[in-house]
Write a protein that binds this ligand. Structure first.
Ligand code: TYM
Length: 317
């Protein structure tokens, strides 16, 4: 297939700090697995990160780091267009247009907003409007599929609703319906306490951890005091080994939680070490990574301009 006949895959991750193994298994791995099949565009959601990271050095360092992470996990820059969200400010223009056709009660139903409200957090307008910017990210690139974890499913539904509403209100067919791509077995990767792995729950294992960090985190996986299978250990172990292998191992070591945790730590370390080594190599030349982001933004700008011409025309701007 030629480049242009391939369907468009688009996804992104916030640059809020080091990615964890749930970001990898829930999302990044799919980007890598599908990179030959699709015209893939993978970005760093730095504008979304600004809703929580409000420190200049931290945000720009996180952004560069995530670009390096993408390359280290195996995204091939010849096949995938890796870019920085804020390099295409047209996306915020489109988000504004979407704001004007979206109601406040509709956005109040978003899980991200409801969670923040339930926790009594101070909610900035950016956080409230988060799903509109995400809809713009997806729709501006004419995306066909969007690989994500299950926590983003509602955001995908919002993007689809928004595409449909825009087309209806402005009597056009500019936007096509994007499909979420969620792999069932890793839709919700659990953390060391058995809840969904998340930086905000502090139950995560960073993807580029040192061996010492891995050992410490694995030892702190919550297990119940009874005999039998330590479910939280097993459920993380499943990411690294097939179930047949694990069933045998867990049977042999029934009730021996320490031995099973050691085995898990060893498997995680074996998985992470080569990624970490590759990351260290790539990180030696940050200028090359910045250059890649800049060139990709230039390339995408042409496509995005074309889309925004149609949008402006359709709304009468
Ligand atoms: P973010 O940065 O929170 O997470 C990045 C990706 O990791 C997935 N993920 C998980 N998957 C399985 N189990 C878990 N415990 C787990 N935790 C995180 C997320 O589902 C996500 O796929 N809003 C997005 C970023 C974004 C975006 C977009 C994504 C902005 N615009 C457009 C796709 C398309 C986010 O906050 O992901």
């Amino acid at each position: 297939m030629t480049e242009t006949s391939k369907k468009v895959l688009l996804s992104g991750i916030q640059s809020t700090g080091r990615p964890h193994i749930a970001n990898y298994f829930g999302a990044m791995k799919q980007y890598v697995d599908l990179q030959d099949q699709y015209d893939s565009k993978i970005f760093i959601a730095d504008l979304h990160s600004l809703t929580t990271v409000q420190n200049k050095e931290e945000l720009s360092q996180n952004t560069l780091d995530l670009a390096i992470d993408y390359l280290a996990v195996g995204l091939d820059p010849k096949k995938v267009t890796i870019f920085k969200q804020s390099d295409l400010p047209e996306v915020t223009e489109l988000a504004w247009i979407f704001n004007c056709i979206t109601t406040v009660p509709y956005l109040m139903r978003a899980h991200s907003f409801k969670d923040a409200e339930a926790k009594n957090k101070e909610i900035n307008v950016g956080l409230f409007d988060y799903p509109m910017l995400m809809a713009a990210d997806i729709l501006i690139h004419n995306s066909d599929i969007v690989p994500v974890g299950k926590d983003q499913k509602q955001h995908l539904e919002i993007a689809r609703d928004t595409a449909e509403k825009f087309n209806r209100v402005f009597n056009t067919d500019i936007f096509k319906m994007p499909e979420p791509y969620i792999v069932d077995s890793v839709a919700i990767v659990p953390g060391i306490d058995g809840q969904k792995m998340s930086k905000s729950y502090n139950n995560h294992i960073p993807l580029f951890s040192t061996d010492e960090e891995v050992k410490k985190l694995v030892m702190s996986i919550v297990t119940d005091s009874g005999a039998g299978i330590p479910v939280n250990v097993y459920n993380i172990h499943k990411l690294f080994r097939d179930e047949k292998y694990l069933d045998k191992l867990y049977k042999e070591h029934e009730g021996k939680y320490k031995a099973l945790k050691d085995a898990l730590a060893e498997d995680i370390i074996a998985f992470i070490s080569p990624l970490r080594a590759r990351r260290e190599e790539i990180a030696k030349d940050p200028e090359a990574v910045r250059e890649m982001l800049k060139n990709n933004a230039k390339k995408l700008k042409l496509e995005v301009d074309e889309m925004m011409q149609k949008v402006r025309e359709a709304v009468g701007l």
